[in-house]
Design a protein around this ligand. Structure first.
Ligand code: 13P
Ligand code: SF4
Length: 321
């Protein structure tokens, strides 16, 4: 552990603080965290922690979710501008209008949404529990699902439901290259393809396993006989996969080559061709250190919004037991 990481750990001990990190965080942040998990596991962990301070190394909606579940705790995020293109694709005003046009429908929202959207939502889901929760709803119950259209289409195809879908998406998962995946399958004919349901259908059709980051990691751990995997989700997960299965080869699917990527304007301008979420990468070890030391930036949610959003998040936690 380097000097900065040691100082971070010492401050956490002194302040009874915990660091929660999503699998898409930089490797050095995952390594210094108390807990690394997917969106569901981070919310579950936050809901039960005894710590006084939670530092959420993830994107803003994850810190908001932790604050809603723990209103009396201090919730910090190293980089407050770490947003999410998927959460941004759905605002509360437009969602309200959609609901007014469909008064009989229930709103099921992906956790990648603002607190305001969660406040209008009947039940929140993550990629870990979306199928389980949608299957709990009566078959005759019409549903508005948002904002991830790819995840919604995957749930519809798997459950036979006909949910109305919001036209939103994650720019990272939307840009995986189908051509590159086909080439990788030819190059690694024995590899299994692991894909996140936020990927477009043309990627999911080529996958052997579709699941949340946690489910994909679990699959690799539970199949030690499988020595090669091609992975179609944000490449931060490869750090934990490689740690858990050091004998296994994990090959990331690269993004399509857009003009911006070619001009090195995007942070994917790295040698491995990995597909990285620039928002997730905004948190750095240096910012994390300053965040714990100064106990800011703090994430706050207005009480009225938080109280309404808490109901839809708690319903998810209850239904995923
Ligand atoms: P999960 O953490 O549910 O796998 O979702 C991935 C994601 O895009 C988080 O922003
Ligand atoms: Fe949002 Fe996509 Fe980044 Fe996840 S990977 S935080 S869904 S932009």
């Amino acid at each position: 552990m380097n000097h900065l990481a040691q100082q971070i750990r010492a401050l956490c001990k002194q302040k009874n603080a915990i660091i929660l990190a999503h699998y898409y965080q930089r490797p050095e942040i995952q390594d210094v965290a108390d807990f690394v998990g997917d969106s569901l596991a981070l919310a579950q962990y936050a809901a039960t922690t005894q710590a006084d301070i939670i530092i959420m190394c993830g994107v803003h909606f994850m810190a908001e979710t932790a604050k809603i579940l723990c209103p009396d705790k201090k919730v910090l995020i190293p980089e407050p501008d770490a947003g999410c293109s998927l959460a941004d694709s759905c605002n509360a005003k437009d969602l309200k209008k959609w609901k007014e046009e469909h008064p009989e429908h229930m709103i099921v929202s992906y956790v990648n949404t603002s607190a305001e959207v969660k406040a209008l939502t009947d039940v929140v889901v993550t990629s870990s529990n979306a199928l389980q929760i949608v299957n709990k709803l009566p078959k005759e119950q019409p549903i508005l699902f948002g904002p991830d259209q790819n995840l919604g289409a995957y749930i519809n195809a798997t459950t036979g439901r006909e949910m109305e879908l919001w036209n939103g998406g994650c720019h990272v998962h939307a840009r995986f290259s189908v051509e590159a995946l086909i080439q990788l399958k030819q190059q690694y004919p024995n590899a299994k393809v692991l894909a996140h349901p936020e990927c477009k259908a043309t990627i999911l059709q080529l996958a052997d396993v579709v699941g949340s980051t946690q489910a994909l990691l679990n699959y690799a751990k539970e199949h030690p006989e499988q020595k090669q995997f091609i992975v179609a989700t944000e490449s931060g997960i490869l750090h934990e996969m490689q740690k858990a299965c050091p004998e296994t080869t994990f090959v990331p699917v690269p993004p399509e080559m857009t003009e911006d990527i070619e001009k090195n304007k995007q942070p994917m301008a790295n040698q491995c061709g990995c597909n990285k979420c620039e928002y997730m990468r905004m948190n750095t070890l240096e910012k994390l250190y300053v965040c714990i030391k100064d106990e800011r930036p703090e994430v706050m949610v207005k009480k009225q919004i938080a109280d309404a959003a808490e109901k839809s998040i708690k319903k998810m936690l209850e239904w995923s037991k």
